[in-house]
Design a protein around this ligand. Sequence first.
Ligand SMILES: Cc1cc2nc3c(=O)[nH]c(=O)nc-3n(C[C@H](O)[C@H](O)[C@H](O)COP(=O)(O)OP(=O)(O)OC[C@H]3O[C@@H](n4cnc5c(N)ncnc54)[C@H](O)[C@@H]3O)c2cc1C
Length: 386
Amino acid sequence: MNHSSKRIAIVGAGPGGLTLARVLQMAGYSPVVYEGEASRYERQQGGTLDLETDSGQKALQAAGLLESFYEICRFEGQSSKIVDKNGKVYQEDTADQAPDSVQYSRPEIDRTVLRDLLLDSLRPDTIQWGYKCLEAVPVGDRQYALHFENGQKDVVDLVVAADGAFSRIRPLVSEAKAEYSGVSMIELNILDAANHSPGLAAFNGPGTVYALDDRKGMIAQMNGDGRIRVYLGFQAERDFLESVDIPYDEPEKAKPKLLALFADWADELKPYISCANGAITPRRIYMLPVPHTWESRAGVTLIGDAAHLMSPFAGAGANLAMLDGAELALSLINHDELDTAVRQYEQKMFDYAGAVAAETKANMELFFSDNAAAKLGDLMKSFINP
Ligand SMILES: Cc1cc2nc3c(=O)[nH]c(=O)nc-3n(C[C@H](O)[C@H](O)[C@H](O)COP(=O)(O)OP(=O)(O)OC[C@H]3O[C@@H](n4cnc5c(N)ncnc54)[C@H](O)[C@@H]3O)c2cc1C
């Protein structure tokens, strides 16, 4: 029996939920996506992502959007430089333009641009904006009633949690909670970097600079809109972001305090803080246990961060969320029985996501270990010359 007539609700219009909706729609399904935000413009989507061939790009292929992606992505954004606090360079790479190059298989795209690509590929009535899901309550042993903050309710045959780190649906299948990873970040922005801070823009180049030392880091990415987005990273106690007493909403007062945290770092690195001319945002980094699995339950499953929230130190979360979306869609399309389709997806996902989550955790430890720049340089070289 084809179950394209079953009511499938996807909670969350992030990269995972949107990819799932797109691949299902291409096969004649009519999923509904419930998104808590009021519109696509409600929130800045954040920085640049590199999409990998075997995950993010594979998902876009399934979604029929890979060619469109190649037209708008930035191959040059893959270039990278790894330095220590003295500015000593351990690894430097400039990316070529070839999409089929093995060496450079992770072209960059700004999150907003990627989200627009996915949103615009869907039928106009697919997303229900302003539907924040409060909970999913079992109805009988197969269905779920979704309750929304706006007072609306929907009863569905399959609810897919694509609602990110603090999923409201996850408790139906797992007791695991997103826990503090031990790393905190402070995000700064240098808007219009080429004109505002040309020296820094030249130092940074079109890709990412990783400056790592003393269990701290500056990770700076050139974005497609011309800004350099900088993540200051700290291995620190959970209350670090408050305890350092930085007025994040007053950037000019915050910057001297941030500079003091990097007082003995090279002069060429300090402009990542001193030149910041945009918002400053503190971010505690959370993760789920590694690995995170659950007993399959009829009528519900998780994708993306809801399933395997991890720190950003392998640049994998959005890639995996999209792969999950594509894999679940293909499993639904290819199996006659709903529960079998969900179980098959989950088994496959547990394998690949578990491996990446373990790698990400190891990377996070490496980034904040002694001689981190040298170690990361060696790791990068091993990818390029395996
Ligand atoms: C600093 C940082 C840098 C990162 N860098 C990278 C990177 O370079 N590469 C990479 O691959 N990944 C990166 N990630 C990870 C990546 O952002 C996530 O893994 C990815 O966005 C997960 O996608 P998702 O679709 O599962 O969830 P999300 O992107 O979190 O989307 C969830 C959606 O659900 C909505 N929602 C939430 N709750 C509800 C609710 N109750 N009801 C309805 N809607 C709801 C939200 O508004 C949102 O639109 C980074 C993360 C961080 C924090």
